[in-house]
Design a protein around this ligand. Structure first.
Ligand code: ADP
Ligand code: ZN
Length: 327
């Protein structure tokens, strides 16, 4: 039997677990969302209980889900052969280290589960349905409670036993310009400690959403994010860098990042980058839904894996060619 991936959508559940917001949805892997609920990420017990209650109610109303995709803030163990698979590793978020995420939801719903970092989920969402469609080499970055990134190389998620931790890269810092020591409990001078939402709040004693869009915070923020873009450009030569997350709701940031990025590169760039390409550093195509839609796609992958549909890019391509011939 030939299975045509993407021809038929599957009814699934999705979770996007951020450090501040916990989003649950049911819907289809084409990104259609039927019901959704967002609540605060507090402690694992209360937060998971709210998620479980949402899915129970949604399933009663709309029917059984076939699988669940979870895009969770990290670091998370995504190695299915590991004894810690499905758990949160040593985390910057208090009370969440060693939480067994997959174990909890597998027990609650008994459906196939696919588990990824939130930013890998968002990268999958953007690649399939958003601003990275047809782009095989790109990085998705979120700037929110934490900073993290999902990387696609040659059309595949860079995903092996572990996921990247881009947010904790060390960033050159001029102590005369910025005396703030950073808020990462593990490092000083890592990007997340200097430029995440909590870092902005701690440095300026006001959360980013309450700062004027002309505040000096944004030039400094753009400086640090431009350094991130330079490091990504020189190490990965992506075709695109996509920025999402709560802090990026400051729309003045993207043009500032582009300006500082170009100025600091000083013309030394890989061929994948063109200074005239204003889309090189770009916003998400899915608004705030990159990770939650990615979670629905992850769920579909878990469902297909369980049902013996072997997913790899070559097969997917072959299926899509065949699918385009079926009218
Ligand atoms: P999560 O990390 O749970 O996915 P967000 O991406 O919304 O959630 O990140 C939350 C962080 O983003 C908080 O530190 C908050 O202060 C900051 N933030 C949210 N909205 C804005 C905004 N409009 N401008 C600047 N910062 C914001
Ligand atoms: Zn750090």
């Amino acid at each position: 039997m030939t299975t045509y991936l993407h021809l038929k959508d599957t009814f699934v559940g999705g979770i996007e677990a951020g450090g501040t917001k916990f989003k649950c949805v049911i819907g289809y892997n084409n990104g259609d969302i039927i019901a959704a609920k967002t609540f605060q990420t507090t402690n694992p017990t209360d937060t998971f209980a709210q998620a479980k209650a949402f899915f129970k109610e949604a399933i009663e109303l709309f029917g059984e889900i076939n699988a669940l995709g979870i895009a969770h803030f990290g670091p998370v163990d995504i190695d299915t052969s590991s004894t810690n698979y499905g758990r949160i590793l040593a985390s910057t978020k208090k009370n969440w280290s060693d939480t067994d995420v997959v174990g909890y939801f597998a027990k609650a719903f008994n459906v196939p589960i696919s588990f990824q970092s939130d930013v890998n989920g968002a990268a999958i969402g953007e690649h399939n349905l958003g601003n990275a469609q047809g782009i095989d080499n790109f990085v998705y970055i979120t700037v929110g409670t934490g900073i993290g990134g999902g990387i696609f190389v040659n059309g595949e998620l860079l995903n092996h036993k572990s996921h990247a931790e881009i947010g904790h890269m060390m960033i050159p810092k001029d102590m005369a310009q910025d005396t703030f020591k950073g808020c990462c409990p593990f490092h000083t001078n890592c990007l997340e400690g200097l430029a995440s939402g909590p870092a902005i709040e701690k440095r300026w004693e006001t959360a980013g959403q309450y700062l004027n869009n002309k505040h000096q915070a944004w030039a400094l923020e753009a400086h640090y994010l431009a350094l991130l873009c330079i490091n990504l450009t020189y190490s990965l030569a992506p075709e695109k860098i996509i920025f999402g997350g709560g802090v990026m709701q400051q729309l003045q940031l993207l043009p500032l990042i582009r300006e500082k990025f170009t100025a600091m590169m000083k013309g030394y760039a890989p061929a994948s980058y063109s200074p005239t390409n204003e889309h090189y550093i770009s916003p998400t195509g899915l608004g705030e839904d990159s990770a939650i839609k990615g979670a629905l796609i992850l769920a579909k992958q878990a469902y297909d894996d369980q049902n013996g549909v072997f997913i790899n890019s070559a097969l997917k391509q072959a299926c899509q060619v065949q699918a385009s011939q079926v009218v």
